[in-house]
Design a protein around this ligand. Structure first.
Ligand SMILES: *[C@@H]1O[C@H](CO)[C@@H](O)[C@H](O)[C@H]1NC(C)=O
Ligand SMILES: *[C@@H]1O[C@H](CO)[C@@H](O)[C@H](O)[C@H]1NC(C)=O
Ligand SMILES: *[C@@H]1O[C@H](CO)[C@@H](O)[C@H](O)[C@H]1NC(C)=O
Ligand SMILES: *[C@@H]1O[C@H](CO)[C@@H](O)[C@H](O)[C@H]1NC(C)=O
Ligand SMILES: *[C@@H]1O[C@H](CO)[C@@H](O)[C@H](O)[C@H]1NC(C)=O
Ligand SMILES: CC(=O)N[C@H]1CO[C@H](CO)[C@@H](O)[C@@H]1O
Length: 439
């Protein structure tokens, strides 16, 4: 008994020390041993109260430790860190989890991802996601603070998964295969849940950070990012696309998110949501005949205001959305032409062509362009992504081509090709700027 209580107390102190170090901006020297210890601590979800119950004798000592730990944690919170920590019920596992999450979101390098997987940290994160999601989907009648806290925790864990799967085939495969793909079922359920809930909690104010609708939306966006990373193609193959695409409702949910859900989120978030959903759809169908068929056969999500409208095919709705965005994009053409033609201002000349990775560079230029041309340029991107999606669908398939044609203006692809050319030129421009720079 005594030994066990002592172990708990020691664990608590260790966890606290690590936690404090990780919260301080002082660089915590993280090495494999340290990580291993932390992951070990994650397993011990023992609360102080339990610790006190177990050992009758050294309760004064434990109480003293408890008070100290709480004071330390409160101090850290007063500096604005670890706001998620509940001071009333601190456990060893919680402190270790906080440490883990804050490390992965800050300074940990590439080696960390591998170690995290090998030492079972990813497993722990997946279990946490699973456990929180289970509670969320079991009890969601009204969103209590407790449930929203669970969702926020899921959000933070998913950010770690997003990071470690980024362009990393082995880590991606590990997650896809873990426990027979259990995490995929969890995430697909979460995806559908968020899709269904956002319309019930519409938010228009971008500065709103705490309402139910905002928390659900943010959880949805990070879920999408994890899906996109998990469906990334390596050598023209994507194991993830196969596994995720075949789960019932993924395509329908994505279509609903693309075509209906934007009505319930702030203006400033519509572009991000649209791009993420289209990126996922493209990943899903790219090399998956079965997923292409699912998309071809899908119905358009029903519009709330017209329940009795005829059943429209998803393709028809996608193409209507294409023309809608394309029309908006044309309005912006004048402003953006200057940038697309390569006219740059002095500020851009000096700052945008520094040595960066291609992705960073494109991201950077895209950011600048979007800023310059105003939000209208976003429509060009969204419409182009629909163009690419349709392109993958009809590639080497005359039957689908003629099906799509019936929804196109003038029954031809000229508008789509025109827009994709513009998009391509723009991408080529940014890429050639990079080539120029690297010489
Ligand atoms: C992952 O996290 C590291 C730091 O922890 C950061 O440098 C890196 O940019 C992140 N990568 C992605 C893809 O988010
Ligand atoms: C994975 O996620 C990161 C962070 O959001 C993103 O920058 C990256 O493009 C994603 N990777 C892939 C392969 O899509
Ligand atoms: C991927 O597919 C493209 C076009 O189908 C082909 O040109 C390329 O060689 C393939 N790459 C690999 C690694 O198989
Ligand atoms: C394609 O359709 C457009 C109408 O959107 C029409 O103006 C154009 O002439 C058509 N082109 C061809 C080659 O049929
Ligand atoms: C891409 O850009 C380069 C350099 O600006 C240009 O020489 C090339 O013709 C462009 N490629 C296409 C296909 O337009
Ligand atoms: C970022 C990264 O590549 N992380 C690891 C994922 O898994 C592979 C294979 O073990 C490692 O080489 C990576 O370092």
């Amino acid at each position: 008994m005594h030994v066990r209580a002592h172990g708990i107390s020691l664990g608590l102190c260790t966890a606290t020390v690590m936690f404090v170090l990780s919260q301080d901006r002082l660089n915590m020297d993280l090495d494999r041993d340290c990580l291993e210890l932390m992951l070990g601590l994650l397993e011990s979800d023992v609360s102080y109260q339990q610790a006190l119950d177990v050992c009758g004798l050294s309760s004064t000592q434990l109480e003293k430790n408890k008070r100290k730990v709480r004071e330390l944690c409160a101090e850290i919170q007063s500096r604005g860190h670890a706001v998620h920590l509940n001071l009333e019920s601190i456990t060893v596992g919680q402190l270790a989890m906080e440490t883990l999450l804050s490390l992965t979101s800050k300074r940990a390098g590439e080696w960390f991802k591998e170690e995290l997987r090998e030492l079972g940290g990813l497993e722990h994160i997946m279990k946490t996601v699973h456990e929180c999601c289970r509670q969320v989907s079991d009890y969601v009648v009204t969103w209590t603070d407790t449930l929203l806290d669970k969702l926020k925790k899921v959000d933070r864990c998913l950010r770690v998964l997003e990071n470690v799967t980024h362009n990393n085939e082995e880590n991606q495969t590990y997650i896809l295969k873990y426990n027979d793909g259990a995490i995929l079922d969890t995430l697909v359920n979460l995806y559908k849940l968020c899709d269904g809930e956002i319309p019930l909690y519409p938010v228009t104010d971008i500065s709103d950070k705490t309402s139910t609708g905002t928390i659900i939306r943010e959880a949805l966006l990070v879920t999408l990012k994890v899906f996109i990373n998990l469906t990334h193609h390596f050598n023209n193959q994507s194991f993830g696309s196969e596994l995720i695409g075949c789960r019932p409702g993924v395509i329908e949910t994505s279509l609903h998110l693309l075509l209906q859900v934007p009505n319930y989120i702030p203006e400033q978030k519509k572009f991000e949501l649209g791009m993420l959903v289209l990126m996922l759809l493209i990943n899903l169908i790219q090399d998956q005949e079965r997923n292409k068929k699912l998309l071809m056969d899908a119905k358009a999500p029903s519009k709330l205001e017209s329940i009795y409208s005829r059943e429209e095919s998803a393709i028809e709705a996608l193409i209507a959305q294409f023309y809608n965005w394309e029309g908006c994009a044309k309005l912006a053409e004048k402003k953006t032409n200057a940038i697309l033609d390569g006219e740059k201002d002095a500020e851009e000349e000096s700052s945008s062509c520094t040595a960066k990775s291609t992705e960073e560079f494109i991201e950077d230029t895209v950011a600048k362009l979007l800023q310059k041309a105003g939000t209208h340029m976003e429509y060009t991107f969204l419409a182009s992504y629909i163009g690419m999606l349709v392109g993958f669908l009809i590639m080497e398939n005359p039957e689908r081509q003629s099906f799509v044609r019936q929804f196109l203006r003038g029954s031809n692809f000229s508008d789509m090709v025109e827009l994709l050319k513009k998009f391509f030129n723009f991408m080529n421009l940014t890429a050639s700027c990079l080539r120029y720079q690297s010489h």
